[in-house]
Design a binder for this molecule. Structure first.
Ligand SMILES: [Mg+2]
Length: 239
């Protein structure tokens, strides 16, 4: 199981929240790049290093078009040879430039409000764990799980990392929302059976069917007031 800056629940033990028996646990899962932190300056700097080191004449805009996928996946899609070597350069340059990342204004306060309302918080990203963890630490939010390609399963747009996060938390897909900013995020959520909200402040555009699009993290707070408590299923049952 992928570790996180905050110790995740023990394997095989579903965590518990202070919810009543009629209120199932809920989870807010979020992408990292473009949603929690603006890491574009980091990526641009790392891509410049890749261009210089490997003589790659490919603009950042081409790379950026595929954000959300694993780095190696993007290299294959761009037809870049020596993808592993390029990845090494990119990783090293990204670590050196990590100080350029900036948290999205207001996101930490919103996430703390969800935590205070007994929602689980989780991160599902295609960024490797060793680079994601220090960035997430900047936010000081109680993330209960972080799923990355460093773990088992397929990467986005497959549903695997979202489903694995929900297994970590003991939350049903129907009780979870994923916040992303790229079409692969939307596809991953759809394939996992999880509601999707598109962060309009991120790097990409949603695809069809048009999802809910929010302009600021504060608009996520609406979810806190949309919970319909489950009614006991006692009359009118077909069983
Ligand atoms: Mg993103």
């Amino acid at each position: 199981m992928t570790t996180s800056p905050i110790p995740p629940p023990s394997a095989g033990t579903a965590p518990t929240k202070r919810t009543s028996p009629s209120t199932p646990p809920r989870a807010l899962l979020l992408d990292l790049d473009g949603v929690l932190l603006d890491t574009r300056p980091v990526m641009e700097e790392a891509w410049r290093e890749v261009q210089a080191t490997h003589g790659l004449d490919m603009p950042f805009a081409l790379y950026e078009r595929h954000l959300g996928r694993e780095f190696i996946d993007i290299m294959h899609r761009l037809g870049v040879g020596d993808a592993e070597l390029v990845h090494e350069t990119y990783e090293k340059a990204s670590r050196s430039a990590s100080h350029l990342a900036r948290q999205v204004a207001g996101i930490a306060e919103v996430l703390h409000a969800f935590a205070a309302a007994d929602w689980w918080l989780g991160v599902v990203t295609s960024k490797p764990l060793d680079r994601a963890a220090p960035l997430l630490a900047q936010l000081s939010c109680p993330f209960a799980t972080v799923r990355t390609p460093s773990s088992v399963g397929r990467a986005k747009p497959a549903p695997d990392p979202i489903l694995l996060a929900l297994i970590d938390l003991g939350v049903d897909p129907s009780e979870a929302t994923y916040v992303g900013d790229m079409a692969v995020d939307q596809e991953s959520a759809a394939r996992a059976g999880v509601a999707y909200v598109h962060a309009g402040w991120g790097y990409g555009q949603p695809t069809s069917p048009t999802p809910e699009i929010i302009a600021s993290p504060q608009e996520l707070l609406r979810l806190l007031h949309s919970v319909e408590p489950s009614e006991p299923f006692i009359e009118g049952s077909l069983v």
